[in-house]
Design a protein around this ligand. Structure first.
Ligand code: FES
Length: 80
């Protein structure tokens, strides 16, 4: 199984709003981290992760791409 690229070894802190659909980059190749820009099409088995939020606030989205709770950071980056 292909491994995702580690785009950074820490989460991205981003302000998100309810009512919008977001697409978290899972392959690590996107130039618009932490969001998908379609680069996964070069890396066959990866798909972006669609998600929404229910409160307007800052969220920590995984940058290492190894989280067990995508798209959110779960601390796994501390073991890389
Ligand atoms: S940045 Fe990936 S788990 Fe924290």
């Amino acid at each position: 199984m292909e491994e995702p690229k580690v785009s950074q070894k820490s989460p991205y802190r981003v302000k998100l709003e309810p009512g919008k659909k977001y697409y978290w980059c899972k392959c690590g190749e996107s130039k618009t981290q932490p969001f998908c820009d379609g680069s996964h099409k070069e890396k066959g088995e990866f798909r972006s992760v669609p998600f929404e939020v229910f409160a307007e606030k800052e969220y920590y989205l995984c940058g290492c791409k190894k989280t067990k709770r995508p798209p959110y950071c779960d601390g796994t980056h501390n073991n890389i």
